[in-house]
Write a protein that binds this ligand. Structure first.
Ligand SMILES: C[S@@+](CC[C@H](N)C(=O)[O-])C[C@H]1O[C@@H](n2cnc3c(N)ncnc32)[C@H](O)[C@@H]1O
Length: 254
């Protein structure tokens, strides 16, 4: 189950932090490390801070964008010390570990950690289904990234060893790559119907994404939504085609 959980570090600045994250993960039995555009990697500082977890650094997946790291995931949890900024369902450590435990039996889960300086940006949090906030001193709740990873992995390890809730969720939720295709399709149709017009784009697409990421459609529900979009497109096409009957009326008139 822990093998289906990946830790994703986005644009980590200090290689020493990457090493410390690898060590924190291995201590708690996690092994899937994804690095989105790390500033420097590999690096001797990362290797030295990883200590006995060098194997995790060697097997780490280095990718060029966040989408690559999460495409096959069904649950994406963004971590941030900014407690109320993102308008996503907020989880504490215990609740997050229980949810992840329930789903990791049947699908891939990603937990995202942001840059040391500015965390995850709005677009990255928009790709998430849930926001995990580690409860801390409200006057200074910002943990070092490796310490944040340590706490999350510890909670996952504890839940794995003694599950608080026996029920396993095997709902086939849509994967991130399927959601991306759906958003592209939806945007295309909303432009065709002129629900979105270039002069007044507003933030409707972001709001729609947040809504769907929050509600997490199942794969079958997503294919119904895609079917609805296809039918709208077909109907638009039919209405744009010159109709057959008006031709024959013209013929009769002449
Ligand atoms: C040093 S913090 C980044 C702080 C950044 N100034 C910000 O405002 O988000 C690096 C990362 O550690 C994680 N982190 C730190 N404290 C956290 C907390 N209390 N709850 C959840 N994640 C936290 C987040 O992933 C964060 O992006």
């Amino acid at each position: 189950m822990l093998d289906n959980i990946r830790i994703v570090l986005v644009e980590t600045f200090h290689p020493g932090n990457i090493g410390a994250v690898a060590r924190a993960m291995k201590n708690m039995g996690l092994s899937q490390l994804y690095l989105v555009q790390p500033r420097v990697f590999p690096d001797p500082e990362a290797t030295s801070r990883a200590a006995g977890a060098k194997d995790l650094l060697e097997s780490a997946q280095v990718v060029s964008c966040l989408d690559e790291a999460i495409a096959d995931c069904q649950l994406i949890v963004g971590t941030s010390a900014r407690e109320r900024t993102f308008n996503l369902p907020l989880l504490d450590l215990e609740t997050a570990a229980t949810l992840i435990h329930q789903e990791a039996h049947s699908g891939q889960i990603a937990i995202l950690f942001g840059r040391e300086t500015m965390g995850l940006n709005n677009a990255e949090m928009l790709a998430c289904n849930r926001h995990l906030y580690i409860d801390a001193n409200p006057e200074y709740p910002v943990l070092n990234i490796a310490q944040a990873v340590q706490l999350v992995c510890y909670e996952l390890f504890k839940t794995y060893k003694t599950p608080r809730q026996a029920s396993i969720d095997e709902t086939p939720y849509a994967r991130q790559s399927e959601m991306v295709l759906f958003y592209e399709h939806l945007e295309k149709v909303l432009r065709q119907t002129q629900f979105i017009i270039p002069q007044h784009e507003g933030r409707v697409l972001d709001k729609i994404k947040r809504y769907f990421n929050r509600s997490r459609p199942e794969r079958t529900e997503l294919s119904i939504l895609r079917g609805i979009l296809n039918s709208v497109e077909e109907s638009l096409e039919r209405n744009q085609r010159p109709s057959h009957s008006s031709h024959s009326n013209d013929d009769q008139a002449s």
